[in-house]
Ligand binder design. Structure first.
Ligand code: ADP
Ligand code: MG
Length: 445
């Protein structure tokens, strides 16, 4: 009604015209930003000619854009029998397979194989909505974040699959962010930014995975955001994933970071027990695993709790034993097989010693040196990072942290910690190193 009245008030169409030509149009279907209208059969194609000639379709699309407050709406007006043909674009199996390869997708990461539970319900529903109508402002960009192995890549690729299954001519491209960065760097170096732009700015849907690794110089970030803006301006769908929410991606400049929050960032949580069981059962069924009873699945679901990838890993390991030995797995056997994985899973408390050992191992500086007063750059660096992590992951105060490092006073500790804080802000590679150390310390954080 709003649209119809705009046609009269804004565009000066007479009530008779609106009533005769526009009102009888039937909203036939909505695909992404395309609205298909069917003309009444009794009016047939003559009506379409008339509507086009008088540019009523132009008026209509302007009014719709205004009412929906979306500038990239398109409309198609046709007789219903034609719409039956064009709007539901049949995608053949061959076309789909070819498109998957072109788009860089794993064949198995589809909605069909994704198990939905409490922990990922919202993310799943949002992804479905985006898959159904790519490019809507509300979810552009779609930003998915969550810990490693929780299904980000799987979900984002599901959207891509869905779009390819339902749209013949959509160009969809998936790229891990490090590959994307490399391509930008190469393009700039070889003066081939034109080719780069041709490749990335002509897609309808762009998926960039693990955006936290999108680090680099000003010019790299700039090129990325030019791409981002170009696509966004045209209402093309952008889908991003990261292990953390936008504001915590310290390696990106603020003006860039804030753009990721244009759409709603969507959080994927670690799966709860029911979801873990459902994933395991689904996998058993898909792979036709035999000799693995429910109580073994329960044992896995109870003990491997943080990460779907590890959950799958545990099940695979068990299944190998079950198949090779053609034996039924008992709980004791399962316990034994999964020994390594599960001891890693139990929550370890992070102590200064654990931190120093981990830093020592990662940076290849001895524990004694870290605790000493040596000032060589490598050693001082390892010590600073250790202090920083002690502050972050233990409840110890500055003074007792100082004690761990051979009795440094609290102001020394504080200034060391501050140095790390500063450098994290300005040096992406350094921030990354610390991230990796943190992952080693606490694989589930
Ligand atoms: P991320 O990208 O978040 O690190 P992935 O998408 O690679 O995680 O998921 C890790 C593995 O777990 C993949 O094999 C994926 O298929 C599987 N997986 C994750 N979540 C689910 C789920 N809800 N249902 C089925 N499989 C899942
Ligand atoms: Mg991933």
């Amino acid at each position: 009604d709003e649209i119809l009245s705009l046609l009269e008030t804004e565009h000066g169409l007479s009530p008779i015209v609106v009533k005769t030509w526009i009102k009888p149009l039937k909203l036939y279907s909505v695909e992404g930003k395309k609205l298909y209208f069917a003309v009444d059969d009794s009016m047939g194609s003559r009506a379409i000619d008339f509507i086009n000639k008088k540019m009523y379709d132009m008026f209509l699309v302007t009014s719709i854009k205004e009412v929906l407050d979306d500038d990239s709406i398109e409309i198609v007006i046709d007789v219903e029998s034609n719409l039956n043909k064009t709007s539901k674009e049949e995608v053949t199996k061959e076309e789909y397979n070819e498109a998957i390869t072109k788009s860089n997708l794993y064949p198995k990461y589809t909605f069909d194989t994704f198990v939905v539970g409490e922990s990922n319900k919202l993310a799943h529903a949002t992804c479905l909505a985006v898959a159904d109508s790519p490019g809507l402002d509300k979810f552009n960009p779609l930003f998915l974040y969550g810990g490693a192995g929780l299904g980000k890549t799987h979900l984002m690729q599901s959207i891509a699959h869905y779009i390819l299954q339902h749209n013949k001519n959509m160009k969809v491209l998936y790229v891990p962010s490090n590959k994307f960065t490399n391509e930008i760097v190469e393009a700039i170096k070889k003066n081939k930014t034109d080719e780069f732009r041709e490749k990335y700015r002509t897609v309808d849907v762009l998926l960039i995975d693990d955006i936290q690794y999108l680090i680099g110089k000003e010019s790299t970030q700039q090129e990325f955001f030019d791409t981002f803006n170009a696509l966004h301006d045209e209402g093309k769908q952008i889908i991003l994933s990261s292990d953390k929410p936008p504001k915590e991606i310290k390696t990106l400049e603020e003006r860039f970071r804030s753009r990721f929050e244009w759409g709603v960032p969507i959080d994927i949580h670690a799966p709860d027990y029911e979801t873990r069981m459902a994933i395991l059962k689904n996998k058993v069924e898909m792979n036709g695993y035999k000799n693995i009873s429910d109580n073994i699945l329960e044992y896995i679901a109870n003990n491997v709790t943080y990460n779907v990838r590890e959950l799958e890993g545990a099940l695979n390991k068990i299944s190998v034993y079950a198949e090779l030995g053609n034996i039924t797995i008992t709980e004791d056997l399962a316990k034994n097989i999964l020994k390594d994985m599960i001891s890693k899973e139990t929550n370890v408390t992070i102590t200064p010693d654990l931190i120093i050992n981990t830093v020592s191992e990662h940076l290849n500086i001895s524990v004694d040196d870290i605790k000493s007063s040596k000032r060589s750059q490598d050693v001082a660096n390892a010590r600073q990072i250790s202090m920083y992590l002690c502050r972050k992951f233990t409840t110890k105060g500055l003074k007792s942290i100082g004690d761990v490092f051979g009795g440094k006073d609290h102001s020394t500790v504080l200034s060391n910690i501050n140095k790390v804080d500063k450098r994290i802000e300005s040096d992406p590679e350094y921030a990354e190193t610390i991230d990796v150390i943190i992952k080693k310390l606490s694989p589930h954080s």
